[in-house]
Design a protein around this ligand. Structure first.
Ligand code: NAD
Ligand code: GLY
Length: 360
């Protein structure tokens, strides 16, 4: 089995991302190359665990590890403190000590909550990310943001805790529902728009192969996305500035999710609408040409993602956007694209400008 890898540099906390098709069985051997204890808990949900827990567990056991499986319910609403407590209960009952480690086997929900449990259990144990959704493979498994939701808002409780390894097996995407797959493509397009024009061109040229989940194409897309994200987070791990470019399209996306009670759109769908709006505003600022904007909108649409904002009064958008973590002193730290392949963050206090295209 061919395993490709990429290093994410954080000094003594650096780690490898391993990529390949059908590489879950390599997990145990790859763990042996790290200094980890003998006990491991694999956190997953019934949907993902049903297909992949057995293979992951068998590989770890074959390498000599003692494995405990911990199942949490499927869904964003379970990314909460009650679920974290149930994970702690299982870890304590299984006798996991400070030299144990955790494995997150699942999408962004499992990854975020497992990372959070790992960073807090016994004041911190190592963890491995095995992302199984496209969004998790290109975004949430890399960079060390962990967290849970609070009744008053999404991702309000969390830590920065880098994984000690990320293992990306693109074969797991075979069981990912189509809508989830398409939604993950929004974050892929984001990297092209804000970081790398040639990657944007690659996506435009290979859109039909990407939509067909062609393996070779997928490996390139996922590896490049991870490399681009890694280069951003290596420069600004704790988001004191530059890392916030990854929030491109997200100011509008969070408002759209709030306006629709987090139930009508998947995150990537809302991000797609937000990116389209950000592209239009970037052109209005003179940061991008009309041709750039058209190409961005066309790529988003061609991946079967939406570009039109949902109709809602500007005041409703403003109320939700003002709640954002990126708002300070009445101004929002908004991410603009500079042409295609670069981005800049600018504080914008002119809400009439930001909400010009929103129905009044
Ligand atoms: P998710 O984890 O809920 O997964 C989406 C659905 O797909 C779930 O029903 C899941 O069970 C299913 N699924 C996942 N992999 C599958 C597979 N291979 N086969 C079949 N079904 C599969 O959602 P997501 O989109 O992966 O992640 C969203 C979460 O990620 C949010 O909570 C968000 O806040 C978080 N996030 C975190 C970061 C970060 O940097 N930490 C970045 C972006 C998003
Ligand atoms: N998903 C945005 C970040 O990791 O910073």
């Amino acid at each position: 089995m061919k395993v490709d890898n990429l290093s994410v540099h954080f000094g003594h906390r650096s780690y490898e991302i391993h990529f390949g098709a059908g590489i879950l069985s390599e997990l145990g051997e790859l763990c042996r190359s790290l200094s980890l204890g003998e006990k491991v808990a694999v956190i997953t949900n019934p949907v993902i665990g049903g297909s992949y827990f057995h293979g992951v567990s068998a590989s770890l056991q074959a390498a000599g590890y003692s494995v405990t499986g911990v199942e949490i319910p499927d869904g964003e609403s379970y990314k909460c403190s009650e679920t974290v407590n149930s994970i702690y209960d299982s870890l304590i009952s299984a006798g996991l000590t400070r030299d144990s480690f955790l494995v997150a086997l699942g999408g962004g929900v499992v990854g975020d909550i497992t990372g959070f449990a790992a960073s807090t259990y016994l004041r911190g144990v190592p963890f491995i990310q095995i992302p199984t959704s496209l969004l998790a493979q290109v975004d949430s498994s890399v960079g060390g943001k962990t967290g849970i939701n609070h009744p008053l808002g999404k991702n309000l409780i969390g830590t920065f805790h880098q994984p000690c390894m990320v293992l990306i097996d693109i074969s797991t995407l075979e069981t990912l529902p189509e809508r989830e797959y398409i939604s993950g493509l929004a974050e892929v397009i984001k990297y092209g728009v804000i970081c790398d024009r040639s990657f944007f061109e690659y996506l435009a040229e290979n859109r039909s192969a990407i939509l067909k989940r062609d393996s070779e194409c997928l490996l390139h897309v996922i590896r490049t996305s991870c490399a681009l994200k890694a280069s951003v987070v290596e420069q600004d791990e704790k988001e004191s500035g530059y890392r916030a470019i990854l929030n491109y399209g997200h100011s509008f996306a969070h408002a759209i999710e709030g306006l629709t009670d987090y139930s009508r759109f998947l995150h990537g769908e809302a991000v797609a609408m937000g990116m389209a709006q950000s592209a239009i505003l970037s052109e209005m600022k003179g940061y991008a040409s009309p041709d750039d904007t058209q190409r961005i909108l066309e790529l988003i649409r061609s991946m079967n993602l939406p570009t039109e904002l949902i109709p809602s009064p500007a005041m409703s958008y403003r109320r939700l956007m003002q709640r954002d973590k990126k708002v300070r002193d009445g101004g929002i730290h908004f991410v603009f694209n500079k042409g295609i392949g670069a981005a800049a963050i600018e504080k914008v206090s002119d809400w009439d400008f930001l909400l010009k295209n929103v129905s009044q």
